[in-house]
Design a protein around this ligand. Structure first.
Ligand SMILES: Nc1ncnc2c1ncn2[C@@H]1O[C@H](COP(=O)(O)OP(=O)(O)O)[C@@H](O)[C@H]1O
Ligand SMILES: [Mg+2]
Length: 251
């Protein structure tokens, strides 16, 4: 589903290279965890996958279902089924969450050649998904993310993901700011999205999240490259031993 080949990328205006020969393959049906110390390029990778224009790919390629997405803008990627849940979700004053969801769902449906959802269908669908994530319906009347707690923002991200049914989900530090109950709810939400035709990339620097979302593969990102890959035992190994040993091997 996703094939990243010898990717090099820099920050467009400063020219600083952040991604430095990164290779990664994630198959449909797979949950891949990307771990790595702070500053190793995890968020940068997620932004590049989403197509943010502040980053420039200087060489290498990103193939999604066999086709390069480098020339696609963020909206085209979203339409093609790529979804990024942000480490720091943006606040959108003046747009009620429900209104935002309606627009997002219906533009996705339009791109798939489907009719917009009727208001009652939309309400039913959103209410049911929100309920599973323990999101109070009143929250959906508030502007998106404005004044939401850290945990509420993360739940709102997962709600969008559930409703948009993407094929490739990238979750950046979804566990940050969550208390243990919210962590379980969010993890259940992500687990409910596991499916043979969907790939999920979970970015985290703690092993804790991976006790709830058990990954099929674990990859360590350091200085803009994947320096080690393994199965879920690698996450446990990192928890016990820290990153120093692997970073030493990579240096
Ligand atoms: N806009 C920017 N300008 C300069 N440096 C940046 C910018 N964005 C990220 N970086 C640097 O790129 C590196 C990787 O950052 P990031 O992708 O956020 O790491 P992670 O998510 O793994 O903690 C860090 O050293 C960070 O300081
Ligand atoms: Mg980050």
């Amino acid at each position: 589903m996703l094939e990243i080949k010898n990717l090099h990328a820099k920050i467009a205006d400063s020219g600083v290279e952040i991604i430095n020969g990164l290779n990664l393959t994630v198959r449909a049906g797979e949950v891949a965890a990307i771990m790595g110390p702070n500053g190793s390029g995890k968020s940068t990778l997620s932004y590049i996958l989403a197509g943010r224009s502040d980053y420039e790919v200087t060489s290498g390629d990103i193939l999604y279902n066999g086709q390069s997405i480098l020339e696609m803008d963020p909206a085209e990627r979203a339409t093609a089924g790529v979804f990024l849940a942000f480490q720091y979700p943006m606040e959108i004053p003046g747009v009620a969450t429900m209104e935002f969801l309606k627009t997002a769902i219906n533009s996705q449906r339009k791109a798939r050649g489907e009719n917009p959802l009727s208001i009652p269908d939309l309400m039913r669908t959103v209410k049911s998904a929100a309920g599973e994530l323990d999101i109070d319906f009143a929250m959906l009347k508030r502007p998106l993310n404005v004044g939401f707690s850290g945990g509420e923002k993360k739940r709102a991200e997962i709600l969008q993901m559930k409703l948009l049914e993407p094929n490739l989900c990238v979750l950046d530090e979804t566990d940050s700011g969550l208390d243990i109950d919210a962590l379980k709810i969010v993890s259940n939400g992500v687990n409910s999205l596991r499916s043979p035709d969907r790939a999920i990339i979970v970015i985290t620097h703690y092993q804790r999240l991976l006790e709830y979302i058990v990954p099929d593969s674990v990859h360590v990102l350091y200085r803009g490259r994947i320096v080690k890959s393994g199965d879920k035992s690698l996450a446990q190994h990192l928890e016990n031993n820290g990153y120093a040993e692997i970073i030493g091997e990579a240096a």
